[in-house]
Design a protein around this ligand. Structure first.
Ligand code: BMA
Length: 322
C-alpha cells in the first residue's frame, strides 16, 4: 500500500527550535499543527506553540528550502482581535489560503460557547488583521478554497456535534459552506461522513484544497476512536468536482499517513498525525497544480512537533482511489 513519505529530516521543528518570547513563551512545551504557504520564494509556517500554562500562540517561521526553518521571536498579533466580545482562551490550527489579493488565515478560537472559526488577513506576513468571527456554532477545521466557485466563496468546515470520551468535542461530517463576504457562511451540503469501525470515524479538513485538472484535491484527518487507550489521528485524501465541489469524486479507503515514528506515537497527545499545511510547488498558467509537482505536507506530530511528509500531485490523486 502506498502512502506519504516522511522527509528524512522530519520532524522539522521541535520545542527546542522555539526561542523564548517573554513573557508568554518560555521553555515551551510543544510546537505543532502549522499553516503553510509559499510567499516570495520563502516557505512560511504559522506555528501553533504551546506554553507550560497550556495556552497556545501563533508564531511565524521561514525557510528557503521548506526543511530548515528559522523561527521569529514574535507572537502573531491579529490586530482588532482585542475588540471581540467575550474571552478568547486559545487560537490554534491556522490554515492559510491565498485568495484574490490577500492571504487569509482561518483558525480555531476556543471561547466560552465552544469553538468558533476566526478569520485573519495579511499581505506581507508581518502585520496581521483580524477580519472577524466567521461562525455561529461550535465548529472547527475551517479551510477556505483559493478562489470563488460559481460566484461564491467556499470553505470546508466541521461542526462539532459529538464528544470524545476525553471530553473534547469533535464531529463526523465535513461540510461544504458558502459565503458572499467570508464572514457569514451557509452550509451547502455534507461532503463526507466518518466511517464508523474504521480509521476515520471522526473527521476534519486538513490543509486548504488544491486545484488540479481532475478536481479539488484535499487531505483530511480521521480519528479512530474505538481503541482502548487513545484516539488515533491519521490522514486521508479525497477529490471534489471542480465546478460542483459538493460532489465527492473519490476518497481513499485506507489512511495515507498514520502514527508510526516515535515522535508521532509519543508526545503530549500520543498517536497523532494532523496535517494542516501543504505547499504545492508547480502550477500551470491557468492555476492548476501540475501532476509532477512536488508537494510538502506539514503536520502536527503527537501535538508536540512538526513533521514533514513529501509526495506529488500525481501520487495524491492515485491515493484517492486506493
Ligand atoms: C483535535 C484538535 C487538534 C489536535 C488534535 C489532537 O481535536 O484539537 O488541534 O491536534 O485534536 O489532540
Amino acid at each position: 500500500m502506498k502512502s506519504l513519505t516522511r522527509h528524512p529530516k522530519s520532524p522539522v521543528l521541535t520545542r527546542t527550535d522555539i526561542p523564548d518570547i517573554y513573557p508568554q513563551l518560555v521553555d515551551v512545551t510543544s510546537v505543532f499543527n502549522p499553516g503553510a504557504i509559499k510567499f516570495n520564494d520563502k516557505y512560511l509556517l504559522m506555528l501553533r506553540v504551546q506554553s507550560r500554562s497550556r495556552e497556545t500562540f501563533m508564531v511565524m517561521a521561514e525557510s528557503t528550502d521548506g526543511v530548515d526553518f528559522s523561527v521569529e521571536e514574535k507572537i502573531v498579533d491579529f490586530k482588532g482581535m482585542e475588540l471581540v466580545d467575550g474571552k478568547i482562551y486559545h487560537i490554534y490550527d491556522a490554515r492559510i489560503t491565498k485568495l484574490e489579493d490577500a492571504y487569509y488565515i482561518m483558525f480555531a478560537m476556543d471561547m466560552d460557547g465552544g469553538c468558533q472559526l476566526g478569520l485573519g488577513k495579511t499581505q506581507d506576513f508581518k502585520s496581521f488583521e483580524f477580519v472577524g468571527i466567521a461562525s455561529n456554532e461550535d465548529i472547527r477545521n475551517g479551510v477556505l478554497f483559493p478562489e470563488k466557485v460559481n460566484g461564491k466563496y467556499l470553505r470546508m468546515d466541521r461542526p462539532n456535534k459529538s464528544r470524545h470520551e476525553n471530553g473534547t468535542t469533535s464531529g463526523s461530517t465535513i461540510w461544504l459552506s458558502e459565503s458572499d463576504d467570508l464572514i457569514n457562511w451557509n452550509p451547502v451540503a455534507p461532503l463526507i461522513n466518518g466511517r464508523f469501525h474504521y480509521w476515520d470515524e471522526f473527521i476534519g479538513s486538513g490543509p486548504p484544497p488544491v486545484k488540479t485538472r481532475q478536481g479539488w484535491l484535499h487531505i483530511y484527518h480521521g480519528v479512530a476512536g474505538h481503541f482502548g487507550s487513545s484516539n488515533i489521528y491519521q490522514a486521508g485524501v479525497m477529490l471534489l468536482d471542480l465546478n460542483d465541489p459538493s460532489k465527492v469524486l473519490a476518497r481513499s479507503w485506507g489512511n495515507i499517513l498514520e502514527p508510526r515514528e516515535l515522535y508521532e506515537l509519543v508526545g503530549q497527545v500520543p498517536n497523532v498525525v494532523f496535517p494542516s499545511g501543504m505547499i504545492v510547488e508547480e502550477f500551470d498558467a491557468e492555476g492548476f497544480a501540475l501532476p509532477e509537482s512536488p508537494v510538502l505536507v506539514y503536520y502536527g506530530a503527537a501535538d508536540t512537533s512538526v513533521g514533514l511528509a513529501v509526495t506529488t500531485i500525481h501520487d495524491l490523486l492515485e491515493l484517492t482511489n486506493q
